[in-house]
Design a protein around this ligand. Structure first.
Ligand SMILES: [Zn+2]
Length: 240
């Protein structure tokens, strides 16, 4: 452990970060390779990502900022008018995950649900999914800052389910260990059940009457940050 303590303190002084938990997670992701971890840290800050590492989270570059809405720990931004929103969660663990909401014709797709520290579903109900479309939750990977709000959606009577990548199902199912919630004091992930396992290239139609690629979200496996990481390609919006 002595070596790791030293690596951790090198990492923190090289990057100027004061968040030991984030530093630990990033080093862990990079198998304690200091150089890789430092590079990843700066890359991640350049792209403005809210997650450590990358791979799972969509990027938002080039967007003309839409109106924002702030309530509790959540701030939303409309990326594509009446269709795609980004919500940032100001969580107590310092992750600030980016959560995406895509309004389809017959469903509302929620891509990641945050740490569960606030009422994310209530925020989306009130400010974004005002037509009360049924929810389909898709999670980019099993880390606690992406799946923590899942349980709240599951309770909804019109709920369509929770979908995650099928590349390493065992890894995903071991939420207790692989969510890393245990490394964050006070963080508890309420149980949730994955109801659909997504293959590479699988389509999630935004309208069940038009299941074309153009009108769907396409699943791309992006292992790296975690073995189960996925991204969603929105052809209509030209975004990942
Ligand atoms: Zn993560």
């Amino acid at each position: 452990m002595g070596d790791r303590t030293e690596t951790l303190s090198f990492f923190m002084s090289a990057t100027g970060t004061e968040d030991e938990a984030v530093a630990f997670m990033l080093l862990e992701d990079c198998h304690w390779n200091l150089e890789n971890a430092v590079n990843t840290f700066f890359l991640m800050n350049d792209s403005g990502g809210g997650d450590i590492g990358s791979g799972g989270g969509p990027q938002t570059g080039g967007a003309v900022p839409g109106p924002t809405h702030s309530e509790g720990v959540y701030t939303s931004e409309e990326l594509i008018p009446k269709r795609v929103w980004k919500v940032v969660e100001a969580d107590p663990y310092g992750q600030y995950p980016f959560l995406y909401i895509i309004l389809g014709v017959d469903k509302c797709v929620v891509f990641d649900t945050g740490t569960g520290c606030g009422d994310f579903k209530g925020f989306v109900d009130k400010n974004i999914n005002t037509a009360s479309l049924p929810y389909l939750v898709v999670c980019s990977h099993v880390h606690f800052d992406h799946v923590g709000g899942n349980a709240a959606f599951q309770k909804d009577e019109k709920f369509l389910g929770i979908a995650m990548g099928n590349r390493d199902q065992k890894f995903t199912e071991n939420v207790e260990i692989n969510s890393l919630a245990l490394a964050h004091q006070g963080c508890v992930i309420k149980p949730f059940m994955v109801t659909r396992w997504l293959s590479e290239g699988e389509l999630i139609p935004l309208d069940d009457d038009d299941t074309s690629k153009e009108n769907s979200l396409e699943v791309i496996h992006t292992p790296g940050h975690t073995p189960d990481s996925i991204a969603l390609l929105d052809r209509k919006g030209g975004r990942i």
